[in-house]
Each structure stands twice: as C-alpha cells, then as structure tokens.
Design a protein around this ligand. Sequence first.
Ligand code: DOR
Length: 425
Amino acid sequence: MRQILTGGDIFRKDGFLRRDLVIENGIVAGIGVGDSNGGNLIDCWGHSILPGLVDVHVHLREPGFSFKETIASGTAAAAAGGVTAVCSMPNLNPAPDDLEHLEVQLKAIQKDARVRVVPFGCITRGQKGTGELAALEAMAPYVAGFSDDGRGVQEDALMEQAMRLAKRLDRPIVAHCEDNRLLRPGGCIHDGRYAAAHGLVGISSKSEWRQVERDLKLAAKTGCRYHVCHVSTKESVALIRQAKRAGVAVSCETAPHYLLLCEDDLADEGRFKMNPPLRTAADRDALLEGLCDGTIDVIATDHAPHTALEKSRGLAGSLMGVVGLETAFPVLYTKLVLGGVLSLASLVEKMSLAPRRLFRLPGGLDVGASADLAVFDLGKEYMVDPETFSSMGRATPFAGWRVRGESRMTMVKGEVVWQRNTQER
Ligand code: DOR
C-alpha cells in the first residue's frame, strides 16, 4: 500500500521542508515533489509533520485500575496528543514482576493499544521497593527497562543488585527516586512557602536528590544504563550534570508541569497535586537550564490518571498524579518555543528523537523508518478543556490555558490511528 502526505511541512533537524511524504507498506519510502502518482493522498496543507512523539513515562492503569484508565483510553489519549509510542509504568495489579504477571498486561496491549506500548517490568517483587528482586531476566525480552515507579528502591544493596543484573541484560534501570526515611506522613506538596503558609505537610527536595545521589554512585560502580524519572529539584539537576561530565551512563527526564509551574502557582485543588510535587521557582529555572544545556535528555508526562472523586479532595486529600498526554506538546510549544526558551528542533529532540533513541523504539521520519508520525497545526490557538480529553483522567494544572499547536492526525506504522474531528472546538 502506498500513501502520500501532500503539501505538509516536514520536520527536519535544520528546519521544515514543504514536500510530499511517501509511505509504502507502513515505511517512510521517500520525501520529494511530484511523486503523487498512484497512491492514497492525504492532504496536509498548512500543517506540520513531526516524528511521532514518544512518552516514556505513562500510567495506563490496566490491569488492576481500569476505573481510572484503560489501555484503550490511555492510548487513545496518546494518539490524540501526537504520541505514537509510550512506555507504561508497572504500578498495576498484578504488578509485572514476573513473566506470568507481565503477560496479563502484554495481552491487553495486544488487544487494545492504539499506539505502541512497551511496558517497564518491576525492579522488586510486588513493586514494593524493598525485599527481593523481580524476575528481571525472564521479563527482559519484553520490556523497555525496569522501574518501581511510584516508589524508590529503599535498600542500597538491592539497587546495586538490580543494576548489575540490568547491565547484564542490557536494559536500563528507570528510577523513581524517593528516600522514604526522609518523608513525613501526610506529605502532599513541596516543603516550602505554600506548605508553611497553609499548614500542610511538605515533601523535602532531599527525599529526591539523596536517592539520585546514591544511584549515580551505584550506576558509576556497576556501569548500568540509569535513567532518572521526573526530576523536580535543582540539586538533582546539578548531580546529574556532574555525573554526565564524569562519564556515568545516566539519562533523565522531567515533566511539563515542573518546567512551566512552581509552588507559586498552587491552589488548593487536586489537579495541582503530584509526586514529586511542584517545587520552587529556583527549581523550575534550574530544570529549564538543564533542559537547554543537555543535562535533561527527555520530556515525559508522567500521565497519571485518577477518578474525579479521587482528585476532588484538595491538596491534602487527593491522590497524587495528573494527566498529560493530550497537553504536553501544545503547552511546551506555546511557552517554551513561542516563548523563545527552546527551538522547535530542541523540543522535538526532547519529546521524540531522544526518548526513541534512549529506549530503542522504532518510528520517525527518516527514509526506511516505520511511519510513526504526528501532524500538527502549529498556528491553531485553542483553550485546554479537559472535558474534550480522550483520557478518562481529567485532572490537569493546564486546564483553561490558551495554547497553540493543535494535533490533527497521528499515524503508527503508516496507519491513521487518530484524526481530529473538524467539528471539534
Ligand atoms: O503523581 C504521581 N502519580 N507520582 C507517582 O510517582 C505515581 C503516580 C501514579 O501512579 O498515580
């Protein structure tokens, strides 16, 4: 089958090219002009064609928590956000800590996923962050890496053991860094000005960066590929920058909300509550600096849907987590690219090229690649309205924001997996 995307502006690292993009049997076959014979034409006039975005940190909630999100609804949200591949986190029931448990998720993915989904296997048995290792070796062929996201691995020796095995299996350790010894019961937001003013229990920066510090030493010692999840503190950025300079095989991600918001933006609403929490303006600025100087490799959403009820109890009582798949590109494009902080090429690097490279996922716009791509109308301005989301989760700190950059169509393996209904908005 031959398809031709006509008239679109095709993303290249050094700018856009207005050409026809030819796809044959799901593979990018060529980029040219006047090659529009004998194929299925898809009109992309006035729109930009980007390599499909890759989100390496999403919670799809199935199996176990399908009342919050399913593989079907979560991957529909991904497709609607221009995301063609996601890595799914293992805080599920059953948690993927051995092959049998992982297979429950793999079957659901095979049945219902609209975009590529590559799961993470647990680091520890039962995803407890303590005790014994999960069945890393048996799961390795099917997973993007190993993570206990939602929890830090508490014991140094256990993390070292995990890293040694992951290194042998050639898979990264993808770490949620949180030292439980430094947490206080009821911690709900950053341990800063807002918490002090409102009598709320804080979550210290140290609970994150102390574990980053420990893990970087272990990564240097073991030679394991080590990826830090949702970096939120200036101290973590500095530690990772230093480790990279020293040659440690470390990569890291942060999420749109840590780059665009801080504790000064808090209101007593569940949609501002996530773990790690929004930190200070100085942390936010350090993250932006780290993004620009290459310390932060990837932007991932930590898409973490909960029900409306679970998010209705303010900062103290709501569950932690916000959705992000359908807002990540437009909020970052609007604030960072149009705001003059980052080039569009750099944003595409952080949201598509780097995560695809680091986690060895297919797709893109190069000739010979699987045609996984996203078509955006970069000029279109609209308001973020959670009621229009494909995700079952609606809690986002970006509700009501006016943004530019509307997704129009998403393709995976040359197949249109999502298209915006022109009646919408
Ligand atoms: O805010 C969060 N939500 N942080 C996590 O680490 C876990 C996640 C979830 O699963 O809801």
